[in-house]
Design a protein around this ligand. Structure first.
Ligand code: PMP
Length: 288
C-alpha cells in the first residue's frame, strides 16, 4: 500500500513526496533526523525524540521550521494516516533549498518530511543467538568536529564503520573514539556486564545520547542492577561477561563475539535477557 508522507505542511501521496535537488540536506547532508518506534499505535518516547531533534538542530544552527507542538501533531497525524500500529517513523529536517555553495543561510526555510512505515528488524534468531561484531578502524567523530550527540544527516563516519562490519560478514561494528575508548556501535549504544555490574560508556566518549539507552538504564536500576557509566576499552569488551546493544530499531540485542573473541560462554547472558524482556514489556505498555 502506498504511504502518506508528511511533507513540510501536510500529508501527500508517496509518489508526490519529492524534494529539491537544491536542498542542502541532499547536497551536504545538512540536516537532522530522528528514528522513532510506534508500539500498539502509540509513539514511543516522542517527547524525548523531539527534544533531541531540537537540540541537534540548535547545535548546527538550523532554525526549525515549526514549533514542537506542531511537529508532534504532524508525527501523530502521519502515524494515523498510515494506520501504523507497530512500526517506525523517520522524521527528517533538512536545511532547505538554497544555492550551490556551502552557505546554509541561503536556505530560507528548513524542509520537513515524516515517513511512518514498518521496520525491518534483525531476524528473531539473532536475538536468541546473539550477534557477532568487530572493532571498526574508523574512529568516531571527534567532539570538536561534528559532535557525536548531533543526530545529523551526515552518517558517513558510521557508514564507513558499517562497511567494515559487512566486509567481515557481521552486522555491526564497535566504534572507538580518538582516545581509544569505546564510543558506540554504528547505529546503537553499547553496554557490557562484568561481575554483575552493568557498564555503559558515558555519552562524552562519543556516542549519540540514545533514547533506548536511557530507558534501559532506568529499567536496569528498577531491577536493582548496579549501573556504572565509565570509559571502556577494547580489552573491557574482550573480557566482559555479557555485551549488548540498544537502539530504537534494534531494541536490546545481545553480542556473543567481538573480533573473534567469544563473550562469556558464547550465549546471550541472563542480564541481557532480563533487560530485553523488561524493555519489551515496557515499550508495549505491559509494564510501567
Ligand atoms: N547511536 C547511533 C549512531 C544511532 O544512530 C542510534 C539510533 N539508531 C543510536 C545510537 C541509538 O539511539 P536511540 O536509542 O535513540 O535510537
Amino acid at each position: 500500500m502506498a504511504l502518506k508522507i508528511w511533507l513540510d505542511t501536510g500529508l501527500v501521496d508517496e509518489k508526490d513526496a519529492k524534494i529539491s535537488v537544491f536542498d542542502h540536506g541532499l547536497l551536504y547532508g545538512d540536516g537532522v533526523f530522528e528514528g522513532i518506534r510506534v508500539y500498539g499505535g502509540k509513539v514511543f518516547e516522542l517527547e524525548a525524540h523531539i527534544r533531541r531533534l531540537f537540540e541537534s538542530a540548535r547545535a548546527i544552527r538550523l532554525s526549525m521550521p515549526m514549533t514542537r507542538d506542531v511537529l508532534i501533531d504532524a508525527v501523530e497525524a502521519t502515524v494515523k494516516a498510515n494506520k501504523v500500529e507497530d512500526g517506525y517513523i523517520r522524521l527528517v529536517v533538512t536545511r532547505g533549498v538554497g544555492t550551490l555553495g556551502l552557505n546554509p543561510f541561503t536556505c530560507k526555510k528548513g524542509g520537513l518530511f515524516i515517513i511512518a512505515d514498518k521496520i525491518q528488524l534483525y531476524p528473531e534468531e539473532l536475538y536468541d543467538k546473539g550477534m557477532k561484531v568487530i572493532s571498526a578502524t574508523t574512529v568516531r567523530n571527534h567532539p570538536l568536529a561534528l559532535p557525536p550527540q548531533v543526530k545529523s544527516l551526515n552518517y558517513l563516519n558510521n557508514i564507513l564503520a558499517k562497511i567494515e562490519a559487512l566486509d567481515n560478514d557481521v552486522p555491526e561494528a564497535v566504534m572507538y573514539n580518538h582516545e581509544g575508548y569505546v564510543a558506540e556501535a554504528t547505529g546503537d549504544n553499547v553496554f557490557i556486564v562484568k561481575n554483575n555490574v552493568v557498564c555503559v560508556p558515558p555519552v562524552e566518549a562519543g556516542s549519540l545520547e540514545g533514547i533506548t539507552r536511557a530507558v534501559v538504564i532506568r529499567l536496569a536500576r528498577k531491577e536493582g542492577l548496579e549501573i556504572v557509566e565509565k570509559n571502556l576499552t577494547r580489552y573491557d569488551l574482550y573480557v566482559c561477561d555479557e555485551f549488548f546493544l540498544t537502539g530504537t530499531a534494534a531494541e536490546v540485542i545481545g553480542v556473543v563475539q567481538i573480533d573473534g573473541r567469544t563473550i562469556g560462554d558464547g550465549t546471550v547472558g541472563p542480564v541481557t535477557r532480563l533487560l530485553r524482556e523488561k524493555f519489551y514489556g515496557y515499550a508495549r505498555g505491559k509494564e510501567q
